[in-house]
Each structure stands twice: as C-alpha cells, then as structure tokens.
Ligand binder design. Structure first.
Ligand code: SAM
Length: 208
C-alpha cells in the first residue's frame, strides 16, 4: 500500500470495495478478520459476547470463521438478524441488558468483543471520554463474565486518559496487548486492546 494521505484514502477505498463485494455490512469486518487470524482469537472459543455489534460486520465474520460459535450480540441500534446469533437491543451501560445476555448462556463467555463508538458530538475531548467509558465498561463486563483463560478485545481511542486506562486494564488481566490492524487507518486514533485471563474481580463489577 502507498504511504501518506493518498495511501490512506486508497486503503479505505480498497476495504470499502472488498466489504461490498463480500457482502459485509461494514468495512471494519476486515479488522476483526485480521485480528482473529493474527491473534488466534477464536482458538478454544465456544461462546462470544459481542458488544456494540451493529450493523453486524464483525458478527458476520465471526460466523464465517466458526459456524458453531454461540454469539450473543448487543447494540443500541437494531441489527438485521444473522443466523445463530442472539441479539439484544439496548445499552451496554444498562445492567439489566447485561444480565439478559448472561442469562442466555448461563452467565459465562469465552470471549468478549467490543467495537463501541459513541454518537460523535464533534467535541473531540467529549467523544474520547465517552468512548473510554464504553471501553472501560467492556473490560468490567469481561472481567466478570469470562472464565480464567477468557479474552476481552475492545476498541479504545488514544486520547486523554489513555495511558492511565491501559495501566488499569493491566491490573485487571494477566496479559494486555495493543493491536492496530491493517484495516484501521494509521491516522485514526483508534487502537484495540486485547486482555487475556482476568486476575481479579473488580468489586464494582459484582454490582453489574
Ligand atoms: C463502529 S459501530 C460497530 C460496528 C460493528 N463492529 C460492525 O462491524 O458492524 C459502533 C456501534 O456502537 C454502538 N453503541 C454506542 N454506544 C452504545 C451503548 N451504550 N450500548 C450499545 N451500543 C452502543 C453504536 O450504536 C454503533 O452501532
């Protein structure tokens, strides 16, 4: 791929066309595909909790990579059905919604994924703070619903509070890795955090 702004534009277009051709609902379908392959995300995984799933590009890829996965997906927005996926419409910040998801699998998952973005306000600092809240919530949920070798992968915007946030996640999971998939624009502030093996339950997570 060419470098610089022109290279980024071409890359975006490339993934847009590829998503359209493959019938994926989002360009970011390629992000999860790349991360899943490179990080072996689905190895040994039977149950997935996908937060902020709409319109469903990631979900489509998950189904393709492993047709027998049990997937529970949640989003504020409605999502067109995908075979084998149980979808709940609501906010991940709402405890009742998370309990409903837990109820569908007996309370335990092998993998928690989240690609959350808040409604963009246009004020960068506010958007970063809201996105961080969604990412923090994701790891709290992961810490609670995962088994001892479970994994949580979440998008985070690198802005104010990012370093402190990573330090906090490092205190909650045995290993934490930062990932920037090729399908994510180099100039975009987003990065993905992969945290494996919860090492303690946060006291506030008990009150989810
Ligand atoms: C970038 S999109 C996810 C795209 C998805 N990974 C895909 O490939 O189709 C971000 C999603 O976050 C959702 N979202 C934002 N805040 C949320 C919240 N509090 N609870 C649930 N979903 C939320 C939005 O509705 C939006 O669908």
């Amino acid at each position: 791929m060419a470098r610089g702004a022109e290279g980024e534009r071409r890359k975006r277009e490339h993934y847009y066309r590829a998503a359209k051709k493959a019938g994926y609902r989002s360009r970011s379908a390629f992000k999860i595909m790349q991360m899943a392959r490179k990080e072996g995300l689905l190895r040994g995984v039977e149950t997935v909790l996908e937060l902020c799933s709409a319109p469903g590009g990631w979900t489509q890829v998950l189904r393709e990579l492993n047709g027998s996965l049990r997937i529970v997906a949640i989003d504020l927005e409605a999502m067109l059905p995908i075979e084998g996926v149980q979808f709940i419409q609501g906010s991940i910040l709402d405890d009742g919604i998370i309990r409903r998801a837990e109820g569908l699998t007996g309370g335990s998952f092998d993998l928690v994924l989240s690609d959350c973005s808040p409604n963009v306000s246009g004020h960068w600092e506010l958007d970063v703070a809201r996105q961080l809240e969604l990412a923090e919530r994701t790891f709290e949920i992961g810490n609670r619903v995962l088994g001892p070798n479970g994994k949580t992968l979440a998008k985070v915007f690198q802005g104010q509070g990012f370093q402190e946030f990573v330090a906090e996640i490092r205190s909650m999971f045995r290993t934490v890795k930062l990932i920037k998939p090729d399908a994510s624009r180099k100039t975009s502030a987003e990065i993905y955090l992969l945290a494996t093996a919860p090492i303690r339950k946060r006291s506030d997570a008990k009150n989810l």
